[in-house]
Design a protein around this ligand. Structure first.
Ligand code: OGA
Ligand code: MN
Length: 276
């Protein structure tokens, strides 16, 4: 039996996994990696250089492979803002430059995503940021927790348009609205017993609060959860694979020039529990 070898990156978020590619692909480390990701939020496999087939095989050692679209093929997806490469999805990826959780409109959000770096953008741009929303919740003062627990938030993909396009056409707004909305708990009580904050650019408003109070709550919590203590910004090298717990972290791409060829290959794991 191979042991999982790892080291912490920051106190409250991130670990580097040091096992070889062959050890990772053997499959028996799957359960230990699943435990570690829940504890640490983000795992970095430095320059492991998975091929697409290896990334898919590794993903399957961790849970159920989630195709990009329900019923779709078990393939990798290209993540890039380059419209020539990403086609239509380049539009939706513009929202990924702001803190978010993937799939807030689904009843069961994906468990985790894995990105492999095929080509980084120039140094100083295009890092990926992660924020640990378990730790950010745990560290809130008890009176704040009592006020927040039980609140519900309207999550709307259409709310993200205004981040990158303040004056969209009505047609564009309606296109985003057709994706749907979802009312989610502000504080997720996971089956494990732990709790995490559910935030991000789709968080439009707190149900039952005035617009001003709702904005103070959502901005305040995002500000707190994405502060230095809870965040890690990964600077990519070719071949790095990074995996994050999509149920307990926020993530975002940091700004990069879409024409410089930054290319990530993504796989995802099917969610295993609904928001509650
Ligand atoms: C994603 C995403 C961020 C990045 O793949 O869901 O948000 O840095 N990616 O490309
Ligand atoms: Mn994303």
């Amino acid at each position: 039996m191979t042991a999982l070898r790892h080291e912490s990156i920051k106190e409250k978020i991130g670990s580097r996994v040091l096992n070889s590619k062959a050890e990772l692909l053997a499959g028996d480390l799957g359960p230990a990696i699943r435990d570690l990701i829940e504890q640490r939020g983000v795992l970095v496999f430095p320059q492991v250089s998975f091929t697409d087939e290896e990334q898919i095989a590794f993903t399957k050692t961790l849970g159920k492979f989630a195709p990009e679209r329900a019923g779709g093929d078990e393939t990798i997806s290209k993540i890039t803002l380059d419209p020539n490469e990403a086609g239509e999805s380049a539009e939706y990826l513009k929202g990924s430059l702001y803190w978010h959780i993937d799939g807030t409109r689904n009843d069961v959000p994906i468990l985790a995503s894995l990105l492999s770096c095929k080509q980084p953008s120039p140094k100083g741009t295009g890092n990926t940021g992660f924020a640990n929303c378990y730790a950010a919740w745990d560290d809130l003062p008890e009176d704040a927790k009592a006020d927040l627990d039980g609140l519900k938030v309207l999550h709307a993909p259409w709310a993200t348009v205004f981040y990158h396009e303040p004056e969209p056409s009505l047609a564009k707004l309606k296109g985003y609205q057709a994706i749907g909305e979802n009312e989610l708990p502000l504080v997720w009580k996971h089956q494990s017993g732990r709790k995490s904050l559910v935030l991000g650019n789709t968080a439009h408003s707190v149900i039952g609060k005035s617009a001003a109070e709702s904005a103070r709550i959502l901005v305040g919590l995002r500000d707190w959860a994405t502060s230095e203590t809870y965040t890690y910004s990964h600077e990519w090298s070719v071949g790095d694979c990074v995996m994050w717990d999509n149920t307990g972290t926020l993530h975002r791409a940091e700004w990069y020039d879409p024409t410089t060829g930054r290319m990530m290959h993504r796989t995802k794991l099917e969610g295993e529990e609904p928001w509650q």
